[in-house]
Design a protein around this ligand. Structure first.
Ligand code: GLA
Length: 767
């Protein structure tokens, strides 16, 4: 809800309030962004002006003898008029470079979708504040969009050239927000291929902090999502702010503390390589920044962000719709497959209970490895003699949906497309372009390129046999052409293409991928409801990545696959039980040669899939709570949905003296009686090494033929646990769980987790 008394604007959501004010100098400032406030008390929130000190430059003596630009909690800033902090907007005209915008008018209206950008849906109201610099012929419109139910405020700006002269735009962030320092810490992420979303924290001091991406895409180096938290903020309590950007290109965050302790936070398109000339009458619109506040700790931020993504970002037709369990052939075969091999994998995937078969890279052109054929989106007949329709029909007859991999934004030097259209590859026209994974970007700023790619996708989609597309993007930008804002124009071209194709095929489910999680951002999720989280399918690494990502993105967008026991990225060996327990916190899939499974593993995977189907709603759309972290040698996550709560416990490394442990549980219905249990898991005989000799009548060798033979056929049941208790009791005291294995004896209550092992504890209301 937005309320105004002409010079103050109070934007309230369910639990938060943003208070803006036009001050005595006609500048727009932020007096409060935090918990709800009473609309009768706005004066008491006004940030005092104070007496200017020493050599302070007074902004406008006539309006106020006290007000100085760098001390205002200003909602925007421009350089060269005494505000020496990082500017939000940088403009140049022939006649000058001081742009001094002052308040002109406001409008409160229904949200008007932003042209050219992905738009969140279901917004409540929009406030537009117009500021002008008449002398320079420029207007600045500041937009505020309220998402009441998710406690989110969207912010973006428009710069308009209303004069005669050209205006050059060199920087235009989407949001500037100021707050007073209370020991804030930036909590964001850093990363790389196969190591996205690594935790990254720093206490804000008197420096300028800048992070983001200049790679052309939102990137795995620094996702646009980050938080500011106070030193006393925990997972469950305390003040935290969450920030994100609905944008998929190069982006930047700038956080700066000025000498007296005010912190300025800016988010938006990266100014590096960004130049736009606005001719008379033209305007520039920035993407939307997303802000939230909570006093319920870091879980509070994730609740707001999860709600926002599920309700307002994911295309409406997919909101809260169950996502299928995929089988993907990539780590099972890579590009080395035949039609027969794919059929045998699909058959086994169907037997196991999977619901979607995804044919990954290697089905087109003459692609046997990553050195050729991107751009030639015609079937590779040597591998698939009956075409895509042949394999898709086979898959459909098994009762599975059919999915296909594409990487439309790329062109291989070794391709028919390159022979026909070398000018479509992104180069500066001067240097030999640098290759990434043997490929070049294709220039999406060109309408004819987008039309060609639309046609390629449309040709396959209109056959009606494709239910799912994995849209990949496996290199970042280099050799940029000179024109002003190439990276930004490319992203607008991408939005045009994905917008057209998803509009033409609204029921095809798209999965976003960029060598794993290299472009998982709110912009892409506006078109593609889910994203491949990382090319790292190792259970422990994946657990860390998923957990950090979950502060800003819900499990319903995270596609996670169980892969072979010996992980291909880490060569770490992990049992399928643990792999499942971690992969199922999101959208489950399998990615390995399932024909190699022995009967023990096959049975275990069938049970996993049954368990997932029974609990899918909770695992994809339940309330996510991070209850403990590896800082305490165990990570505990709860996913709860009304009458069911699933608590995943992931061990860090095994220690010999683990004590009694309490499993925290939260949010259960106090009066209801819950039955609790643990998801059935088994131990391989091999777990016990040569200790098996204590139970066998004859000597067997560790890893010897007898143990190998037996362990393919039999296993030991792990940790039994059953009981019931009231929700109130469990909320208060958690659940006592047994000690871990300490090397002395085994019965069915012993918890053997090993290094990085996991369990799921189940709480269901008794019927
Ligand atoms: C990227 C993706 C993988 C797979 C390969 C295929 O690395 O992240 O999942 O699709 O491309 O080349």
């Amino acid at each position: 809800m937005i309320k105004t008394n002409e010079r103050t604007f109070l934007l309230s959501t369910k639990e938060t309030a943003l208070l803006l004010r036009v001050n005595e100098a006609d500048k727009l400032v932020c007096d409060h962004y935090g918990r709800l406030i009473d609309e009768g008390d706005l004066k008491s929130c006004a940030v005092p002006t104070g007496m200017p000190t020493g050599r302070t430059i007074i902004y406008d003596e006539k309006k106020s003898a006290k007000l100085a630009l760098p001390l205002m909690q200003s909602e925007f800033s421009t350089p060269f008029k005494s505000d020496d902090l990082s500017p939000m907007i940088e403009l140049y005209a022939e006649k000058g470079r001081v742009f001094d915008f002052i308040y002109d008018s406001y409008e409160i209206r229904d949200f008007v979708p932003m042209e050219g950008y992905p738009n969140p849906h279901g917004a409540d109201q929009e406030l537009v504040i117009k500021c002008k610099d008449e002398k320079m012929g420029a207007e600045l419109h500041l937009h505020y969009v309220v998402f009441e139910d998710s406690d989110v405020i969207g912010k973006f700006i428009r710069i308009v050239n209303v004069g005669e002269e050209d205006i050059e735009l060199r920087r235009a962030y989407s949001s500037q927000f100021s707050l007073q320092n209370e020991g804030y810490i930036i909590h964001g992420s850093f990363g790389n291929w196969a190591g996205e979303f690594q935790r990254n924290e720093t206490k804000i001091g008197h420096f300028r902090y800048e992070f983001g991406s200049d790679s052309g895409s939102s990137g795995d180096q620094h996702n646009p999502f980050f938080m500011l938290k106070r030193p006393d903020t925990s997972l469950h309590t305390g003040i935290a702010y969450g920030f994100n950007l609905i944008y998929s290109g190069s982006h930047r965050v700038c956080v700066e503390m000025e000498p007296y302790g005010m912190i300025r936070v800016q988010q938006g398109i990266s100014p590096s390589g960004f130049e736009k000339v606005l001719h008379k009458g033209e305007s520039f619109l920035t993407p939307m920044a997303v802000l939230t506040f909570t006093h319920h700790g870091l879980n509070g931020v994730s609740h707001h962000m999860h709600d926002f993504v599920n309700k307002h970002i994911i295309p409406e037709q997919f909101a809260y719709k169950p996502r299928p369990i995929a089988f993907n052939n990539w780590e099972g075969t890579y590009a080395k497959f035949t039609e027969g091999k794919l059929k045998s994998l699909a058959k086994k995937a169907a037997d196991l209970g999977c619901e979607l078969f995804v044919l990954d890279d290697g089905w087109f052109g003459h692609r046997d490895d990553d050195a050729s054929s991107l751009g030639d989106w015609t079937v590779y007949k040597k591998k698939l003699p009956h075409g895509i329709e042949g394999i898709a029909d086979y898959v459909h007859k098994l009762g599975l949906k059919f999915g296909l991999w594409f990487e439309p934004e790329m062109i291989s030097p070794d391709s028919e497309l390159m022979k026909a259209h070398p000018e479509w590859a992104v180069t500066d026209g001067i240097h030999e372009p640098s290759l990434g994974r043997n490929q070049l970007l294709i220039d999406l700023t060109k309408a004819e390129v987008r039309d060609y790619l639309f046609e390629c996708l449309d040709t396959h989609l209109k056959t009606g046999v494709i239910d799912f597309i994995k849209w990949d993007y496996n290199r970042t930008f280099s050799d940029l052409p000179r024109n002003g804002a190439f990276c930004h124009d490319y992203i607008l071209g991408l939005y045009d293409l994905v917008g057209r194709i998803t509009k033409a095929y609204p029921n095809v489910l798209f999965e976003n991928c960029a060598s794993g999680g290299g472009r998982n951002d709110l912009g892409m999720f506006c078109y593609f409801p889910q994203g491949w989280v990382s090319d790292d399918t190792d259970a422990l690494e994946r657990c860390k990545i998923q957990t950090e990502m979950a502060f800003g993105y819900p499990p319903s967008v995270m596609s996670n696959h169980v892969s072979a026991k010996t992980n291909h990225q880490m060569l770490r060996k992990t049992g399928f039980g643990t792999k499942f327990d971690i992969a199922c916190m999101g959208i489950l899939g399998y990615e390995m040669d399932v024909n190699d499974l022995d009967s023990v593993d096959e049975k275990a995977i069938k049970e996993q899939i049954e368990f997932y189907k029974e609990n899918r709603n909770t695992l994809q759309f339940g309330t996510y709570m991070l209850l403990d972290t590896f800082d305490h040698d165990r990570q505990i996550v709860e996913m709860a949905d009304g009458e069911c709560a699933l608590v995943t416990y992931v061990n860090y490394v095994q220690t010999p003296h683990s004590g009694n442990e309490r499993l925290p549980v939260t949010g259960l219905i106090p009066d209801a009686t819950y039955e609790y249990s643990v998801r059935k898991e088994v131990h391989s005989l091999k777990t016990f090494g040569s200790l098996v000799n204590q139970q066998t009548p004859f000597h067997v060798k560790e890893e010897g033929a007898i143990v190998n033979f037996l362990s393919r056929r039999m296993s030991l049941d792990a940790e039994a646990l059953h009981g019931e208790a009231k929700g109130a009791t469990l909320n208060a005291g958690g659940l006592q769980i047994g000690r871990q294995w300490t090397g002395t004896g085994y019965d069915d209550t012993t918890r053997i987790l090993l290094d990085f092992g996991a369990r799921i504890y189940i709480f269901k209301v008794k019927k």
